[in-house]
Ligand binder design. Structure first.
Ligand code: 6PG
Length: 242
């Protein structure tokens, strides 16, 4: 079984290309001059990021308008192999005309509590308000992955951070899946403040959890709504036996 609004692609490369096109379109159709995009961590989006920084998409994206945020970060140095920022920088940001002020890195190395508090302030400062307005989404597009345990961003199943409704970002002292380092994650209301939420899932290891999401299990991805589209892009391997 698949969630509603799921597109199935033959392989991870086709999935990455379609996701890159969706991101380019989200920027092109954004009603605001500044466009906030929330990036995912993990390994799945790497190819997507590489495609955005390569021709022809590199020339299609209005880089000066786009502000890059992260849905979560590991509490490691920015040049650490586990850093979600490092993944996006090496695959995309370092290879495109990205104004440095447009990169809003989560400073995970400051520790989960301080990093979560300061990132929440940074998000509010960019948004220009202390509370999210239902008809004014913070993000044009939020990219999210699906962990083998059903987590998304760094919101792990059956953990209290999933229920957080007030803070814009939370610290997670112990991750439930590798890398077992403290994390910072945006919360459900903030990840839902989006014109489009696009989940990416590739590989057979995601079959079980994708099916559980499709069946409405109370997993973090099912807590996330969007003001507009809530889409799943998956590859053939992630689709279990019908
Ligand atoms: C993280 C990611 C996480 C990721 C999933 C899927 O910091 O770990 O943000 O939510 O999206 O774990 O990871 P893969 O793409 O590596 O399967």
């Amino acid at each position: 079984m698949l969630p509603p609004d799921t597109s199935v692609f033959g392989d991870p490369d086709a999935l990455a290309g379609a996701a890159a096109d969706r991101l380019v379109a989200a920027v092109a159709t954004a009603p605001t001059e500044r466009v906030a995009i929330c990036l995912s961590g993990g390994s799945t989006p790497k190819r997507l990021y590489e495609l955005l920084a390569a021709s022809p998409r590199r020339d299609m994206l209005a880089w000066e308008r786009v502000h890059w945020f992260w849905g979560d970060e590991r509490c490691v140095a920015p040049d650490d192999a586990d850093s979600n920022y490092r993944l996006a920088r090496n695959a995309m940001l370092a290879h495109a005309p990205v104004p440095s002020d447009n990169v809003h890195r989560i400073a995970g190395e400051a520790g989960w509590d301080r990093a979560a508090a300061s990132y929440g302030s940074e998000l509010k400062g960019f948004y220009g308000a202390e509370t999210l307005e239902p008809d004014r989404p913070l993000f044009s597009l939020v990219l999210l992955g699906l962990g083998q345990d059903g987590h998304t961003a760094s919101l792990f199943p059956d953990r209290h951070e999933v229920d957080e409704q007030d803070a814009w970002a939370v610290g997670i002292p112990e991750a439930s899946l590798e890398p077992f380092v403290p994390r910072v994650s945006l919360t459900i209301p903030v990840l839902s403040s989006a014109r489009t939420v696009l989940f990416l899932a590739a590989g057979a290891s995601k079959q079980v959890r994708l099916d559980e999401v499709a069946r409405g299990h109370d997993l973090p991805p099912n807590r996330i709504r969007a003001q507009g589209e809530r889409l799943w892009y998956v590859d053939r391997a992630a689709v279990g036996p019908e």
